[in-house]
Design a binder for this molecule. Structure first.
Ligand SMILES: Nc1ncnc2c1ncn2[C@@H]1O[C@H](COP(=O)(O)OP(=O)(O)OP(=O)(O)O)[C@@H](O)[C@H]1O
Length: 268
């Protein structure tokens, strides 16, 4: 197993980069199959690529496998067979200890939010910046700006247990984007908010994408998908098809004026 991995320098070890791995592919699935411990195979022979800087939706009915695809991308699941690469590195069989470095390049919005209950909204969102060693004055400036942008200016000190589902979801989104990740993976990020806020959040993801983040958003919301001109990976009975966007419909709602800068979203 040891010779499967680059071990040039202990601190810089990363999973093996397979021959021919495209540098421009942020995520690559090659004939991937996944079966949980119980139940049938969720999918087999799934292949797709997310090029660097791309923006894709991932759709499919309940139980189609959207969260499973995202779990494979954020390295909480391993494929039963096939190859998964992340930033060009084979993560299909990489030892767990080699994955944190890759995970630090991800922003993930989980369907169940996964906020830290004993921390305020402000401190939940600040967490990735603190882990990255961002100076505290910068954190104190950027985090409230972003929380204000997602409509939570009055809830900076609120604990997650005192927030509604939609408010928690917005804290989770702010935490996922605050660090301008290389890859944003979001599982139903607009599932708990009204249409106006959903549009605002999609604009936030688009701004992040313009700054270079590759974006994959799993959603049931076909209406939202149709409003934004991005390709869509459609899951249906274990098969994946790529649908190119239709001409976009008019988009109501504000666009961020300043955009994400240095890891923050300026208020409009
Ligand atoms: N931990 C697990 N163990 C066994 N089967 C699982 C597990 N998690 C998911 N599944 C099964 O895998 C399939 C895909 O589930 P998944 O959660 O990926 O679908 P989804 O498209 O995200 O659904 P939803 O839109 O309802 O969230 C389903 O049949 C589900 O029952």
């Amino acid at each position: 197993m040891a010779d499967d991995w680059e071990i040039a320098d202990e601190s810089a070890r990363l999973p093996h980069r397979p021959p021919g791995a495209e540098d421009t592919a942020v995520v690559r699935f090659e004939r991937v199959g996944l079966r949980y411990d119980v139940g049938p195979e969720v999918f087999r022979d799934m292949s797709f690529t997310l090029p660097a800087g791309s923006f894709h939706f991932l759709t499919g009915g309940s139980g189609a496998g959207k969260s499973t695809v995202l779990g494979l991308c954020y390295l909480s699941l391993r494929p039963t067979r096939g190859l998964v690469t992340l930033f060009g590195h084979d993560v299909s069989r990489a030892p767990t200890r080699l994955l944190p470095r890759l995970r630090r390049r991800l922003g993930v919005v989980f369907q169940d939010f996964r906020l830290i209950e004993h921390l305020s909204a402000m401190d939940n969102v600040a967490l990735p910046l603190r882990v990255a060693g961002v100076p505290e004055p910068d954190i104190r400036r950027h985090v409230p700006e972003l929380l204000a942008w997602v409509g939570l200016a009055d809830h900076l000190e609120a604990r997650p247990s005192t927030l509604s589902g939609g408010q928690k979801q917005r804290v989770a989104i702010a935490r996922a984007v605050i660090n301008r990740p290389d890859l944003l993976l979001a599982d139903e990020p607009t599932g708990n908010v009204d249409d106006r806020i959903a549009m605002r959040l999609l604009h936030l993801f688009e701004e992040l994408n313009k700054l270079g983040t590759t974006v994959l958003i799993a959603t049931h919301n076909e209406q939202l998908v149709r409003r934004f001109a991005h390709p869509c990976l459609q899951l249906n009975h274990g098969a994946l098809t790529l649908r190119q966007p239709e001409p976009p419909q008019p988009r109501p709602g504000p666009r961020p004026a300043g955009g994400l800068q240095g890891g923050r979203m300026d208020r409009p």
